[in-house]
Design a protein around this ligand. Sequence first.
Ligand code: GLU
Length: 574
Amino acid sequence: MSEELRNLIERLALENALAFNGVAKAEAVLGKLLGMNPDLRSKVRELIPIIQEVTEKVNRLTVAEQAEILKRFGGILRVEKPSKQELPLLPEARDFPQVVLRFAPNPDGPLTLGNARPAVLCDYYARRMNGRLILRFEDTSPSVKPPLKEAYDWIIEDLEWLGIHPDEVYYQSDRLQTYYKYAEKFIEKGFAYVCLCKPEEFRSFEKRGEPCPHRDQDPSLSLSLWEKMLNGGLNPGEAVVRVKTDMKHPNPAIRDWPALRIDVAKHPRVVGFRVWPLYNWSCAIDDYEMRVSHVIRGKEHLTNEVRQSYVFKYLNSPQPVSIHIGRVRLEGSVLSKSRIMRGLAEGAYTGLDDPRLGTLKALRRRGFKPEVIRRVVLEMGLNITESTVKWENLYAYNREAVDWEAERYYFVKNPFTMIVRSIPQQVEARLVRHPSRPELGYRNIVLKPLNGEAQLIVSSKDVENLAPGSRLRLMSLFNIEVEHVDPHSKTVKAFFKSLEVPEKSSGIKLIHWVLPSDAVKTVVLMPDASLVEGLGESHLTRLEPGRIIQLVRFGFCKVEKVSKNVVNLVFSHP
Ligand code: GLU
C-alpha cells in the first residue's frame, strides 16, 4: 500500500476519532475512504486489516494528541462536492480554426451580477473548449454612453475577482483607425455611403422602404464627404456613414443602419478624434478581425446580429455563432448601471460596494465567494429567458462555500446586562472555534463570580419578554432562572440553576453571551445599509480584515475593519 493511502487512512481515522470523543470506528473510516475513492472498492479485503490497525493506534492516543497529529496533516480533509453537470458544448462554428469568445463590456459603470452572466459563460466556454478569451472595452460612444475613466479598472478588478483572466485585452478607442480603414473600403466598394439626411428625413425613407438620395450617389462623392467628416468640414448630426442593407427588409431597423457618426464630446482615453463608430460597426469589425467564433450576449442584441450579418457578408467571411441570453434580476437589488450611477451621483448610495447594490463589488464586500457567482451563472445556463436570482439561493450556496472557513464567535445585539447570583464556583467555558473542526481549538473564557455573583451581557431579544421563573441555558456555561427583567435599565436578574447540559426535549432555550470584561464594540453593516451595533467577544479584534466568520445565532459576516476598540463587520447572510 502506498504511503499516501496510509496517510489518508490515518487522517480519516483521526477525524473520525475527534468527532466521536476520541474513538474512531473502522467501518466509518472505510465508508468515507470508499466514498472519496470508489475505485478502492475492489481492494476492500486488503484495506480492512490496515484500517483496523490504524484506528486502533489512533484510539490509543489522547484527544489532544489526536488533534495535534491531525493538525500536522493539515486539518480535516475537505471533500469537495462533485461539480454539477457541465453545460452543453457550444454549437460548432464551422470555418473557424479555434473557439474564440469575447466579453465586451461598456466601461460606463461597475460590473453587476447581470454582466457576470456573459463574462462567466464566455470564460467557461473558452476554457472548456480550449479556446481564447478576449476582453474588449466597447468605449466608442463619447456622448451617448460616455465611458468612465475609472470603470476600465473596476471591470478588470471584478473579472480578476471572478477568476477570469482574459488572454487578450482590447480598447476600441485605440482602434479607431481600423474602423476608419474598413469604412473607407466599404464606401469605395459601394457597400456603405455617407448620408446627409436629417434623422427625421431618413426615418421617413426607412419607413417607406425607399432609398434616400445619398444611397446611390457615386462612391467618390461619399469618399469626399467622409474626408469632410474626418477633417471638420461637417458638424455633428450633419452626416453619418450607413451600411447598405436592404431598404425593403421586413424589419425597418435593419434598413441601412448607421455605422459611424461625428461626435465631438471628450473621451477619457484618447484625444483628437471626431468620427466614432457606432456599436454595430466596431463590434462587427472587431469580431471579424479578432476571429471571434462564438458570441454570447444579451438578447437585446438579437436585431444587431442581423445588422452585423451584412458586414460579414461584404467581407466574405463567416459570421460568429451568436447565442443570446436573457437578463438577470436579483430580487430587490439594483442591477441597472444607469440607476446605480445616478444613485451614486445623488448620494443615495455610499459607493459602488453599497450593500443594497447588485454590483460584484457589493457582493464581494458582503462576503460572497466568486465561485458562488459562477455557480449561479452556470446554473442559469444559456437560457434566453430572463432569470431571477433568489437571495435564498445565493445564501445557501455561499453558506456551503464559507462554512468550512468560518470560525464561530459570540456577538450580542442590543445588549442587556444579566446579573446572575448564587453561582457556586468559577466556571470555564470552552467555546469551540468550529463545530466540525476540532483542530482549530477553542477559546477558554473564565467566569469568576464575586460572592457568587457575576455579570454577563445578553441580547435584548433573548430576555426582554421573559417572565420571572423562565429558564435559560447560557451556552457552554450553565442554566439559570430569571427573577426579574427591567427593560428601562436593560437589566435582567437571574440565579444559577445547574451546570448540566439540558436534554433537547426540555425545550430550554440556549442563548449566547459575552462577558463585560471581554467585550468589544461591534458594528455590523446590514444588507439594507443600516448598522446593527452590539458587543462582541474581544477575540474579534484579532481577526484580519477579509475573514469570514459566523456570529452565533446571528449570521455569517465578513470582517471589514478592526481596531482596538471597534470591530466593523459586513453581514453576509443568515
Ligand atoms: N458592449 C455590448 C454590451 O455590453 C456588447 C454586446 C456584445 O457582446 O456584442 O451590451
